[in-house]
Design a protein around this ligand. Structure first.
Ligand code: ADP
Length: 274
């Protein structure tokens, strides 16, 4: 009886070990699949800007070689250079995103906080993207009724607003984009609303994960890093970022930022009351 019991226990342990090994193997396969898929998407995204870049540079070289005199078609040259510059910018943005992801995973995302106003930064970003917005036929409005002061890392918050605005332009189907900045319950709140393609319900909780892109948006290009980086920046500021979206109706991304730690008083502001 004891022996039979012992054999059964041994069999149970063996079976449990085998199913654990199967699970581990399955997880390893998933990880390898995810890595291969990322490598393929990343190589594709990094290669895409290179084709127009190469074409334009070759064309420019030919033009200059064939026109040793002063008869260069300046207008076409400057158009081609603009295309080339845009593609180089795209590549450097992609590489910067990849570097940010490795900084984040090594815990090296440092904040350089200083007093600033969220609404005026949003105004700067909207102005910077005015040409790009016009190009996709999109009207961007900004509503900022009150000042929204806080101590944040200006360039990182700029990156957040830029990510949300460029996504709204990319997925917004050329329809209006509305940005609202306000104070609510002591928090600075910024929301970016578009009326574009929206995000399927099942993808909404995952769009902030790295390398995740909503299934229906595969043909738009992108590495799926912008929202991951956005969330990490906001959380480093002890804030929250959320999405509300309906397919075919549009998306609203909302960022809530606490004003941040008090900085030393401005010189000449006087000692705080006892
Ligand atoms: P990507 O480079 O792919 O745009 P993001 O991390 O910025 O990466 O976004 C992740 C995914 O979330 C996108 O691939 C897209 O599917 C979805 N998404 C983000 N913003 C929007 C938006 N405004 N409208 C619809 N889908 C969006």
């Amino acid at each position: 009886g004891n022996l039979r019991g012992f054999a059964k226990v041994t069999r149970d342990i063996t079976q449990r070990k085998q199913s654990q090994e199967r699970r581990e193997l399955e997880m390893l396969r998933d990880a390898v699949r995810a890595r291969d898929e990322f490598l393929s998407v990343a190589s594709h995204e990094l290669k895409t800007p290179l084709t127009p870049l190469q074409l334009k540079l070759t064309a420019l070289l030919r033009t200059v070689e064939n026109n040793p005199s002063a008869t260069l078609p300046v207008e076409r040259i400057s158009r081609d250079l603009e295309v080339a510059r845009r593609q180089v910018r795209k590549l450097s943005d992609l590489i910067e995103d990849l570097l940010d992801v490795s900084r984040i995973s090594m815990g090296q995302l440092r904040l350089d906080r200083a007093p600033m106003d969220l609404a005026s930064l949003a105004r700067d970003v909207v102005a910077r993207y005015a040409p790009q917005s016009a190009q996709v036929g999109c009207v961007v409005t900004l509503e900022a009724p009150t000042p929204t002061p806080g101590h944040w890392d200006r360039s990182r918050v700029d990156q957040v607003i830029t990510n949300l605005l460029t996504n709204a332009l990319k997925y917004g189907a050329g329809k209006p984009v509305h940005i609202r900045v306000r104070m609510e319950a002591g928090l600075a709140v910024l929301s970016v609303r578009d009326e574009g393609i929206g995000i399927p319900m099942e993808d909404q909780p995952r769009v902030f994960e790295r390398f995740v892109r909503a299934v229906s948006e595969r043909n738009y290009g992108g590495l799926g890093l912008g929202l991951f980086i956005t969330q990490q920046i906001i959380e480093a500021h002890n804030g929250i970022v959320q999405v509300r979206s309906a397919p075919g109706e549009g998306s609203t991304f909302t960022v809530m930022l606490p004003p941040g730690p008090d900085l030393p008083p401005e010189p000449g502001a006087g000692a705080p009351p006892e």
